[in-house]
Design a protein around this ligand. Sequence first.
Ligand SMILES: C[S@@+](CC[C@H](N)C(=O)[O-])C[C@H]1O[C@@H](n2cnc3c(N)ncnc32)[C@H](O)[C@@H]1O
Length: 384
Amino acid sequence: MSEVILRMEKMAQGGDALSHLEDGRVCFVSHALTGELVKVCLVQDKKDYAKGIAIEILEANKERIKPRCPLYGKCGGCSFQHASLEFQKESARVAVEELFRRFAHVELPLNWQIAFGEPFAYRNRVRVFRVQNSPSKFCWGFREEKSHKVIPIPACPILSRGLEKCLQSEKLPKVPELSLFDNGEGRISFYYPGMPAADFEKFAQNRVHIGGKEISMDSSVFFQSNLGLLPELVKVVKMAAGEGNRLIDLFSGVGFFAAFLEESFEKVITVEREPGALRHARKNLHSKAENIALPAEDWLLQNDASRADVLIVDPPRTGLPPQALDAICKACPKKILYVSCDPATLARDFAKIALSGYRIVQAKGFGFYPQTPHFEMFLELGLL
Ligand SMILES: C[S@@+](CC[C@H](N)C(=O)[O-])C[C@H]1O[C@@H](n2cnc3c(N)ncnc32)[C@H](O)[C@@H]1O
């Protein structure tokens, strides 16, 4: 693999720095920061672009810091630890603004901000894999960066203290992979594929207390992984939703947002593909809510979302499925609240939604995953 020396021009979305090769192609460089002069090992050579890894920093950005975790660069988790938190915040802000300019030709509201919580020990949910250390010993590990190999993790600075301690204990089952959740109050639940029903009841079930509510969940379903910052997201969603007749919560998981909003609406519908999550929604919401186990796109084709005063969407990283996006644009509900874990797909989806007459009333970021290039975005969209 060839090596080149490059000056980093700016940060790209996703945490890599961006530079140009002599032939004019863009080169994305991991572990580098804006302005740095870097010796780069090229690892991907495509027609339109290349990718590389910084192997030596010849001139460093003053915001470069020493990564706290000894596994930085090996573990696939925290690829942004070489940047100060201030740099991480600023590059997240710039990246989102550029995405909205590029995909949707709009500027985000002038005063929009990204809220950050604790930089370390914040992560309440994790999936780990079992690795054999020696013929008689095993421990838990994460996937190596850009590979499927698993490396042992003796400690992890972003995990909640409870999770970190639990992973070092001998009590966990000896299964190939495990999903754990720390509810922040001393209960750590876990799940593995094929778990017997009796063990599921005993070990996988959990509950979270937020804003005076108890939310039922378990370790096999989706739940936000930063409990420290979650109340802030709930507050913003609740304020933006206000009150009304009909609330539709698509990609609703355990009915998380609807649980906080149901008292302000006459009729509540939640739609979630995973039956396991929906079982909790039935507990988390009161009887007036209708909880439907369907892909959101199928429900939208069979039902009329135009009657929603508020439509919440919180899709996975891939964004809204095309059929769901089309149906939402046609239905034109009064207000759309879009919660997203990938600003690129959010900007892409917003570009389409904007063609139906929506504008951004409010934008807010949530730094749910410090030390990584990922964060959560919230948009309140209203009709012009
Ligand atoms: C990012 S999570 C959000 C869950 C919930 N809003 C919360 O905050 O806990 C996305 C959820 O969408 C569900 N999902 C994924 N694709 C879906 C689809 N096509 N239709 C309905 N639900 C889907 C997943 O199972 C997951 O529960």
